[in-house]
Structure formats: structure tokens, C-alpha cells
Ligand binder design. Structure first.
Ligand SMILES: Cc1ncc(COP(=O)(O)O)c(C=O)c1O
Length: 481
């Protein structure tokens, strides 16, 4: 088996064997570490030693994970979490930039709950806002002032926002955006880019992280990610930054495409930025063909910039979806859009529903998040960028000094670190990255008290200070040594 295959694919990571004892994993599916080491040309972050060290100090997590698998399907509550190596850890609490596991280990956290914790763990502003709402009711299933207070505020901040809708997750809100686009245009298809993630609903979970063999076999057709998904005859796939590919797709399906949806900064596949003119071209082409442009800002919203990717790249889409940072860790999502489209909801022609939509608990959290992020006209973003860039460049420098080919993409508040030679301009080019090496680096960092996501994406929060960055860089230096 090649070293790349030793890395768990995103959604299919097999669970630990229920028969394995604490400290003894079923390793029948794993590549022997000896055989991997034989193939190395440079350092490998000493994974065998690191794994042993982590296992020794995380036995309570392993016991819990084994117990959980007997009642909780797969032992985790979201499939991606199974890809944690050597096994998913259990946490007791988080505070600012740090999380504390059940074995008493402390980690500087750059996963940040996969992005939502823009203010860090348990920030006083959010916990106080939630606590004070808690005593007044969790949900009314009816109207309250926070709804219009927050939507008024969002319409002032977000360029495309003339109207707002709330829901609970990014997955849901993307579905609403696509439904609106279909209703507005009277068309069924939408154009999605390979490698972009828009949630786990059937219609969008296609051509997310296909292997090269899957890509070759599909010949341009959408590739479902998992079993049980409905057929995807309404999805048209194009390559990110492929100007001609988008033109071709519209040439072939132009009268049937209701919307183009994209992550304006491709965070879910290497934080690949749009090439100059690409977003503008998407806007022009969709307009020309009567389709809507949807920015999925679930990651970029309130993270790249106070106005998200729209503000950062200065392109205003027709609709934009938000989740993660907007709730600061509370389950909240929002759709922002032009009135002419959103009015289909007002007229009842398009259904938007949900028992917990706009509940005051989550909206009070979002209000607290916005209070912090909007202070001094978003001055907090300058710090977030400065610290994030120091971290990104520092990691790059350390790894290069130790002889690794390293590429970083994105920047500041969210960036990607990949072991590869050239920057990728689309998802396919990210397949050149050595994921096995990254997974070893992540393991070594974990052993050094730094928690990162398994896929190479790093998130920063306003709680990470300069000392945290110094501590992290020192840990990376020890990991690479
Ligand atoms: C760009 C993007 N869109 C949509 C989603 C789905 O959001 P949720 O996990 O809240 O359903 C995600 C989740 O990571 C995402 O990154």
C-alpha cells in the first residue's frame, strides 16, 4: 500500500475495532510504520514514537471512544471526526485558545471546532449573553426582538444582504439558497466546483474529494461521496479557477442552470484563492445566462473580513450562506440575499421552516459575536490577520529549514499547510500533497500540545495572542527536529 493510502479518506475512516483493548488498537488496516519509513527521503516527524507517547497520555480518551462505539454509531457525532489520529480525543472544557482533554492534557487549539470559534473557547461575551437568555427561555417558536435586531445589523454589514433568514446549520441554509435559486429562475440544475464542500445533503455532496481513479472513471459526471445518495442529474461540475470550463458548462447547460455556488476562497480543499478575475467572471457569466451567484460563506463569513469574502474580494453575489463564525460556536446559520430573490420566502412561494430557526439562545450568541467583531469598525481583523500571518510564515520557515517542501495557502484567520512543491490552483492539484507526512506532523504537534485539524487547515481566533503563536512555533520546531 502506498503511503498516501495510509491516510484516512474524509468520510470513510474505519472505526477502531470494538475488540481492541485500551492501548491496543486493531492495526490490521494500517500500513506498517517500518515499511513507510523505508520510503522516506527526508524527516518524517517520528510518527511511531509520537503515537506511542500520545497513546500513553490519552488512555481515558481511548476508553471513552471504545465505550461510545457500542451505542453511538461510529463513536462520533460527525463522520469527519473519525479521521483524528491515533483516535478521537475527549475534551472536558475549553478556554480562550486552549482545550483540556479528559486525561488532563492541555492543547493550543487551531481546529476551533472546525471553524466556528472565532472568539476562541467560552468567551465571556458569548457565555454571558447565552446565560442571561437561558433564564428567559430557550426557544419560543415565535417572534422576538433579537430576530430583527440581528437581521437589521446583518443587512448593514453584508453587501448582498437586503433580507436575512435564519436556520441552524450550514447544510440547511445551503439547501434554502439552492431552492430559492430554482424557484427564482424556474430551472433545476446548479453548477458546483470540484473539491468544494456545501454540507452533507444529497444534492451537494458530490465531487467533493474524489480520488484520481474516481475522477477518471466519471468523465466529468458528478461523483457521489457515499452510499445511499440520490442520483445527481441536476449538478454540473466544473474545476475551480477553470475559466474555460465554466464557459463550456454554460455553453452546454446555460438555459438549465439556476445558480453557480462556490466557496469564494476554497477552504475545504487547500484554501485555494480565486485567480484574479475568476469571481468576476462567475458573476458576469451567471448574470449573462440568467443564473444566480451564491457564495457559500459558511467558513469565510465573519472570518476573512467583517464582510466575509464579499468584502475581501469586493464581489457581491446574489445570495450568501453563513454558519460557523456567525454563532461563535452556537448552532446558527443565515442566508443573506437580494430582496427580489428573498421575497419568494416573504410571499410563501418558497418554504423556509424549522422549529428552532431564529431561537433566542443562538441569536443572543450571534449578537455577542457581532458586538466584538464590529468594535472599532472591525479593527479586530487587523490583529487576526497579523497573528495568523506570523503563524503561517513561521511554520513555513521552520518546515523549509528542516528540508520539507511546504506550501501554505489562504492566510491569517484561515490557512492551509500542505507538503507539496507547487501551489495548487484547483482541487485536482491538491492530490499531489503528501497527506501522510502532514498527518505525521499533526501527530507530532499533538504530542507537543498543539491541536490541529487532520486535513491541514488552520483556524485562528481572536483569543490567540502573540505568546500563543510563539509557543506554537516552538512546538513546531521540536516536532520537525
Ligand atoms: C463551506 C461550507 N459550507 C457548508 C458547510 C456545512 O455546514 P454545517 O456543518 O454547519 O452543516 C460547511 C461545513 O464545514 C462548509 O465548510
Amino acid at each position: 500500500m502506498a503511503r498516501q493510502e495510509a491516510c484516512p479518506p474524509d468520510f470513510f475512516t474505519p472505526p477502531l475495532s470494538l475488540n481492541s483493548q485500551a492501548g491496543e488498537m486493531d492495526r490490521s488496516n494500517e500500513v506498517s510504520l517500518e515499511s513507510m519509513r523505508d520510503q522516506l527521503v527526508t524527516g518524517n516527524f517520528n510518527p511511531e514514537h509520537r503515537e506511542e507517547s500520545i497513546r500513553n497520555k490519552t488512555q481515558q480518551s481511548l476508553k471513552r471512544f471504545q465505550r461510545a462505539q457500542e451505542s453511538l454509531a461510529g463513536g462520533v457525532s460527525s463522520g469527519l471526526r473519525r479521521s483524528a489520529h491515533p483516535y478521537p480525543l475527549y475534551f472536558k472544557r475549553g478556554s480562550g485558545s486552549r482545550v483540556f482533554d479528559v486525561d488532563g492534557n492541555v492543547y493550543l487549539d487551531y481546529g476551533l471546532g472546525w471553524g466556528p470559534l472565532i472568539l476562541g473557547h467560552a468567551p465571556a461575551e458569548i457565555t454571558q449573553a447565552i446565560a442571561s437568555q437561558l433564564h428567559r427561555g430557550l426557544t419560543f417558536g415565535a417572534q422576538h426582538d433579537l430576530e430583527f435586531e440581528l437581521s437589521e445589523r446583518l443587512t448593514r454589514i453584508i453587501p448582498c444582504a437586503e433580507r436575512i433568514c435564519f436556520a441552524n446549520s450550514g447544510t440547511e441554509i445551503v439547501q434554502l439558497a439552492l431552492r430559492l435559486a430554482r424557484a427564482f429562475t424556474g430551472r433545476q440544475k446548479f453548477l458546483k466546483f470540484e473539491g468544494h464542500y456545501h454540507g452533507w445533503a444529497d444534492s451537494v455532496l458530490v465531487s467533493y474529494h474524489p480520488t484520481l481513479a474516481e475522477i477518471n472513471a466519471a468523465r466529468g459526471a458528478p461523483i457521489p461521496v457515499a452510499l445511499g445518495q440520490r442520483p445527481h442529474d441536476n449538478v454540473v461540475i466544473a474545476g475551480w479557477n477553470d475559466f474555460a470550463g465554466v464557459e463550456r458548462a454554460f455553453g452546454r447547460h446555460g438555459t438549465e442552470i439556476s445558480a453557480v455556488i462556490c466557496e469564494p476562497l476554497l477552504c475545504n480543499s487547500g484554501c485555494i484563492p480565486p485567480e484574479p478575475g475568476f469571481l468576476e467572471m462567475l458573476q458576469e457569466t451567471s448574470r449573462k445566462h440568467g443564473a444566480l451567484l451564491i457564495f457559500d460563506e459558511v467558513i469565510t463569513g465573519f472570518r476573512l473580513h467583517l464582510q466575509g469574502a464579499q468584502g475581501f474580494y469586493e464581489i457581491t453575489p446574489d445570495l450568501a450562506t453563513y454558519a460557523k463564525a456567525i454563532g461563535g460556536g452556537a448552532p446558527l446559520s443565515a442566508l443573506a440575499g437580494k430582496a427580489k430573490v428573498m421575497d419568494l420566502i416573504a410571499s410563501g412561494k418558497v418554504v423556509h421552516a424549522g422549529s428552532l430557526n431564529g431561537n433566542p439562545l443562538c441569536l443572543s450568541a450571534a449578537k455577542a459575536v457581532l458586538d466584538v467583531l464590529c468594535r472599532n469598525e472591525g479593527a479586530v481583523y487587523a490583529d487576526l490577520w497579523r497573528r495568523g500571518e506570523r503563524l503561517r510564515k513561521g511554520l513555513e520557515g521552520i518546515l523549509r529549514t528542516h528540508g520539507f517542501n511546504i506550501i501554505t495557502a489562504g492566510g491569517g484567520p484561515v490557512f492551509q499547510l500542505s507538503f507539496m512543491e507547487k501551489p495548487a490552483r484547483n482541487y485536482r492539484e491538491t492530490l499531489a500533497a503528501d497527506k501522510w507526512l502532514y498527518s505525521n506532523f499533526a501527530l507530532a504537534l499533538l504530542d507537543e500540545g498543539v491541536l490541529v485539524l487532520p486535513d491541514g487547515r488552520w483556524y485562528l481566533s481572536t483569543a490567540h495572542n502573540d505568546e500563543d503563536i510563539d509557543t506554537t512555533l516552538a512546538a513546531a520546531e521540536r516536532a520537525a527536529a
